[in-house]
Design a protein around this ligand. Structure first.
Ligand code: URA
Ligand code: SF4
Length: 214
């Protein structure tokens, strides 16, 4: 398999059409062990698109993005930042769960550069339909997918950037110039030594996002 492109419909008319095509994607090996494709969801006219890493264990079972613990934390942070959840669309850079089996447990594994590249056509197709005003980049994997492999969250977080102008291959994304804002992934907040401080940092970044579309 050489990436998702051959599964992406050439002239998609809706997110639902993309989602049903993505259900059959064999663009990389991750479809083999995962339960199902987890596509993005939210308002088709969303002003803000959030991009995460990949579905987790619970998302893989339920078929919906950000419905596990990281999703609960993200919804709380969105609310605390004053962003209207009705204005959002939430998706992931990689649409199948990558994990390693240890006995009956499934341990999350970060997607690699090849998975990010293989899955990128879905993200490009989502953007071509959604045409949001702002993209919120949640963590390093989303940053690599949207900005390029040298992206580092710690250096870029909390600042509005022109996008796709700041991407490595801006021509890949058929959207008029919008803005991007990178922040920490909600799973990193859950793992942080000082969880409250990490949470406040996430909410502070999301307030910048809220003001950017106000
Ligand atoms: N983490 C992500 O990046 N995406 C999800 O959908 C769930 C957890
Ligand atoms: Fe296709 Fe992406 Fe799933 Fe790989 S991770 S099979 S490219 S949908």
């Amino acid at each position: 398999p050489a990436g998702a492109q051959q599964w992406v419909p050439p002239h998609p008319r809706s997110i639902d059409e993309l989602k049903s095509s993505a259900a059959d994607c064999h663009g990389c090996e991750l479809h083999r062990d995962a339960t199902q494709t987890v596509f993005g969801r939210g308002a088709p006219d969303a002003r803000i698109v959030f991009v995460g890493e990949q579905p987790g264990d619970i998302e893989d079972q339920r078929g919906l993005p950000f419905v596990g613990p990281a999703g609960r934390l993200l919804r709380e942070a969105v609310d605390d930042a004053g962003i209207d959840p009705a204005e959002l669309y939430i998706t992931n850079a990689v649409k199948h769960f990558r994990f390693e089996s240890r006995g009956s447990r499934r341990i999350h594994q970060t997607p690699g550069p090849a998975h990010i590249t293989s899955c990128r056509p879905w993200l490009v197709a989502e953007f071509s339909l959604l045409k949001p005003e702002l993209v919120v980049i949640l963590g390093a994997t989303a940053g690599k997918a949207l900005l390029g492999p040298s992206f580092r969250v710690t250096r870029a977080r909390g600042q509005l950037m022109p996008w796709p102008a700041s991407a490595q291959h801006p021509e890949d994304f058929p959207v008029a110039d919008i803005q991007a804002l990178a922040t920490i992934h909600p799973s990193a907040v859950l793992r942080a030594d000082d969880r409250e401080e990490a949470y406040r940092g996430l909410v502070d970044d999301l307030r910048i996002a809220a003001r950017a579309v106000a």
